[in-house]
Write a new protein. Structure first.
Length: 212
């Protein structure tokens, strides 16, 4: 099996890798893991099969690369600095809005469905993937807000997980699991703001509902 002559770290190789990733994302998202071959990926990407193998080594490695990338991106970006509860609310709203825009994209939903289906077949693999999920950006942000006495967050990890569950539970999981239609963006915004309101009601310093 011949391999491309250009080094895999060259700009040309990076462009080729990105093309393969886009092609594989479309295929796995539409058909699932089992129905996609490296031949199909090569055809979709308009490259040779040896080129695909040179970049990823195997179909499993390619699929896991895509899913790991989705997991990393699903953590969300860093949140905007906030100096008051009001600014906290706006930062959380914008963070959630951008994150859900990406999560609800057809290709993201397709890949997550493919990962879920494969996880049923390979439970240990799914458990390893779940271990990659974290809420580091929001957790650090909430810890800083607690240190600054802007919020009262005794467990930033728990609080980040709970807030994410509020938004994803209402807007993402019904689409992923039940195939429900995507909530229109104006209605999503209403639900996100309600999730932020509920969160701040629990974690504002003046709240009487803070967890024990």
């Amino acid at each position: 099996m011949s391999v491309p002559r250009h080094p895999l770290s060259s700009p040309r190789a990076e462009r080729t890798r990105a093309t393969i990733v886009r092609a594989a994302t479309r295929l796995f998202g539409a058909a699932g893991y089992a129905q996609v071959s490296m031949d199909k990926v090569a055809t979709e990407a308009a490259v040779t099969k040896p080129t695909v193998y040179a970049h990823f080594g195997s179909k499993t490695a390619l699929f896991e690369t895509l899913i790991s990338d989705v997991i990393v991106r699903s953590h969300g970006a860093e949140l905007a600095p906030a100096r008051s509860v009001e600014e906290v609310g706006e930062a959380m709203f914008e963070w959630s809005r951008n994150r859900l825009d990406w999560l609800l994209a057809d290709e993201t939903v397709g890949l997550m469905r493919a990962a879920s289906a494969e996880g049923i077949r390979r439970p240990e693999w799914a458990q390893n993937l779940l271990g990659e999920f974290d809420f580091g950006a929001m957790e650090r942000w909430l810890a800083d807000l607690d240190d600054a006495d802007i919020l009262d967050v005794r467990s930033p990890a728990e609080a980040a997980s709970l807030f994410t569950a509020l938004t994803k539970g209402a807007l993402f999981y019904p689409v992923l699991v039940a195939g429900e239609p995507i909530t229109p963006k104006p209605d999503r915004d209403v639900l996100i703001r309600e999730a932020v309101r509920v969160f701040l009601a629990a974690y504002s310093p003046t709240s009487s509902h803070n967890p024990p």
